[in-house]
Design a protein around this ligand. Sequence first.
Ligand code: AMP
Length: 173
Amino acid sequence: MDLDAVIRRVPDFPKPGIMFYDVTSIFTNPAALAYVVDEMAELYPAKAIDGVIAIESRGFILGAPYAIRAGVPLVLARKKGKLPGRTVEESYELEYGRATLEIHVADLTPGKRWLIVDDLIATGGTIEAVGKMVKRREGEVAGVFAIVGLPFLNYAAKIGEYAPKTLIDFEGE
Ligand code: AMP
């Protein structure tokens, strides 16, 4: 599967100088989406993972079919204020300002091995925040998966310990 050809690039979005890698062009391509989910299932076999944590919102699209395939619980990491139950939360730096993600405490059963999923890893700040919540709940980050990696933004410095896996990497354009 030639993901390079499938992923839409949108220059200067959401602001000048940013090249946005738009994975919705994978979601509209059934063969490409099936390929991504197949790769996830192969990289993270069910026996190595107790649950998947999917990051709002494009991570949800990948987390759900993986959870069904692996037969593991799907847990959502949502933007602050969306989850109704008691939550654990973590704030992190964005290019401008801060953001906060929350996870239902009841879903983060201590002692479990979690796969964290998002569409793309840039600075690694988002994944790092979810990793902190997992650790606070005495869980283990057993894997990190994203379709796209931007290693030139040095996410390895933040989340290298989790050995993140991506299907395609881009350098600065
Ligand atoms: P970061 O926390 O810096 O690793 O940013 C990752 C999050 O921001 C992911 O949820 C991505 O969807 C989004 N993101 C950051 N940079 C880009 C980009 N160049 N293209 C598409 N999405 C991006």
